[in-house]
Design a binder for this molecule. Sequence first.
Ligand SMILES: [Zn+2]
Ligand SMILES: [Zn+2]
Length: 305
Amino acid sequence: MSPEITPQIEPVPIGEFAEPDFVRLPEPVALFRARADRLRALSATHTLAPYLVFLAELAAIQERIAASLPSPKPLSPEELEAAVADTRAPLDRLLFVPDEFALAVSDKLLAALADVAIPEAAVQAVGRLKAADAATRQAALQHTLRTLPVAEVLAEHALLSAALQVVFAAAAATLPPQRLQPVADGVCPVCGSPPLASLLAGWQGARGTRYCACGLCGTFWNYVRIKCTLCGSTKGIAYHGIEGDAGTIKAESCESCRRYVKILYQQKDPALEPMADDIGSLGLDLLMREAGFARGAVNPFLLGY
Ligand SMILES: [Zn+2]
Ligand SMILES: [Zn+2]
């Protein structure tokens, strides 16, 4: 089966507002609740059902932790303005030093997993992480932000990523959105991560506007349509979908870098959620691999697939 290539010219609706907001910062509790709901809904008919149910439980734990922890200390105005002046992501994941807050979140997440049916690989990872002292856990959190894991530690990487998502979403939520600006193509303007997916927004006030979604901090940032969300090229952008499906998730491929990132048509289906639907649409990744494109998005919950 070859991917269906749809025409590159897509109708661009006039937005509800001529100037959409550059960023939509996360509301952590709502972010993880929507993700848990969507994962649960997808699991009802999916071949990966047990895994999706586990991830739904994990997202529900993230939601509870986000709701129970006090807000982290915001960046000082000086730190924020220094990042703005240097066109840097103010919460750059590569510069992040795991603090007491990050350790507390990871402690809570590991403890909460005791009440959940979890895959065998994750059981062992939880045991190893719980046994680690604070310095080792801090180093592991930092490593998770900076590198892709080797096969033996995929489960650790996924669990620590889940904790870091809570930490970064909480920190992102404290930023003043009007002070954020584009940093570079393919980079979250808050934490510097590559985009997990892009979407045509389904929310009030920006419907049909294209945003990239960050898988770490949960920020959405405005991005021109029909342009590679990774390298910024506008040449040879094509859209690939699975014939006969709802047509609400496609792969946007780029001839320049030979990679693709999924695009979600959330204005057609408001339930679409970047993290959950990236995992739910794994079939599209298999098609794109056959078509010779490399996956550009990094999803810590999909690295074993
Ligand atoms: Zn981010
Ligand atoms: Zn590209």
